[in-house]
Ligand binder design. Structure first.
Ligand code: ATP
Ligand code: LTN
Length: 335
């Protein structure tokens, strides 16, 4: 264990570079990461190995890796305080994943709802990686002896499996892995689609009116909010069941302005839907503008991004190699 780990609990999370990130990713995940950097020892990964479970265009994947790193930095993650690294730079991930594959049952993997969803979405490419994906995710988390893993609701089942695998291994060989706990984002952090507020805002949505990107042009953001689906009635009032469109917009406004739902309802007591939608668009633009500007600067400086990756690779490997060596010894490999 590293020295910092003795004093601080470790946070570990990862995002796949499989598309451009949305306002949903920002409010549900990214925006919360910098808040943890002083109190925890944080490790954030760009999970490019996971992305290969779905076909990727190589040049695009490469660009998206830089883009995700630039977003981590633009959102306020300080590379001195956090370890920011690329998964494929640390070979221990693939090695531990192989070992853990031998301690995971097919029955467990076939119960994973994401596997079922993705196999139906990509019926022409149900590859073995898609099936064993949760084992690689367990390897990510367990290599770093992570105490807490900030994730969305959709990843809870994978985290449960990581805990089961860690516990199984620890029982067989003695304490090897820290058992990780989920850190679920606040309730308001489930951002819904702008045109179809019954489903989650998602970066892989084929209808671009359903989401706004973190780095989207302000005029396009304003337009999308003006077009956002609302409900019958005319009151700006929170009611998830009967007014899902307005409730989603209230949630977004509350999140980007750091207000609560009651304050937002009060502020727009006498407003029409049109006025409210324009205000939400403006508030989102103000929240995202500094991130977009910083992102654009960072993307101009690939040399700097490469340096951050190099440093992250070194720090991550240092932690990961200790865990893998212990695992190799425990299972009886000659090290
Ligand atoms: P995909 O569309 O490719 O399935 P996604 O946009 O749903 O991707 P992920 O890459 O699976 O996003 O998730 C990255 C992080 O963003 C996760 O922590 C996830 O919980 C969070 N997240 C994704 N979508 C939302 C959303 N609509 N609201 C809040 N948080 C979200
Ligand atoms: N499966 C996650 C991304 C991911 C992850 C991880 C999250 C890969 N490895 C380790 C937390 C910890 C996703 O698709 N959002």
């Amino acid at each position: 264990m590293t020295e910092e780990k003795v004093n601080k609990k470790r946070i570990y999370s990862a995002i796949q570079p499989s598309g451009q990130l949305t306002l949903g990713n920002y409010l549900g995940a990214l925006r919360n990461f910098p808040k943890l950097q002083s109190d925890y020892d944080c490790v954030y990964c760009i999970a490019n190995m996971h992305s290969l479970t779905v076909r990727q265009e190589p040049a695009e994947l490469k660009e998206r890796i830089y883009s995700l790193l630039a977003l981590y930095l633009a959102c306020g993650l300080d590379p001195q305080k956090n370890v920011l690294y690329l998964q494929s730079h640390v070979h221990e991930h693939a090695e531990l994943a192989w070992i853990l594959n031998c301690y995971t049952y097919n029955g467990e993997l076939s119960r994973m709802t994401q596997f079922k969803d993705k196999s139906s979405k990509h019926a022409d490419n149900i590859n073995a990686g898609l099936f064993t994906y949760p084992v690689l995710m367990a390897a990510d988390i367990l290599l770093y002896q992570s105490d807490f893993v900030p994730i969305g609701q959709d990843q809870k089942q994978h985290l449960e499996l990581s805990r089961d695998i860690a516990d199984r291994f620890n029982r067989l060989y003695g304490k090897t892995f820290v058992i990780p706990n989920p850190l679920l984002s606040r309730q308001g952090a489930k951002i819904m689609s702008l045109q179809d507020p019954d489903k989650k805002m998602s970066k892989s949505d084929t209808n671009t009116s359903n989401f706004v990107l973190i780095v989207e042009d302000p005029s396009s953001i304003i337009k999308k909010f003006k077009k956002a689906v609302t409900d019958s009635g005319s009151e700006v009032r929170y009611d998830e069941e009967n007014k899902p469109g307005i409730s989603n917009l209230i949630n977004i406004y509350a999140a980007v302005t750091d207000k609560n739902v009651i304050e937002v309802e009060h502020e727009f007591e006498n407003a029409r839907y049109g006025e409210f939608k324009a205000a939400v668009g403006e508030a989102v633009v103000s929240a995202l503008t500094p991130v977009r500007e910083r992102y654009a600067q960072l993307m101009q400086d690939k040399g700097y991004l490469d340096e951050v990756l190099k440093d992250g690779r070194m720090k991550a490997s240092e932690i990961a190699s200790v865990t893998l060596k212990d695992v190799y010894e425990k299972v009886g490999f000659v090290v």
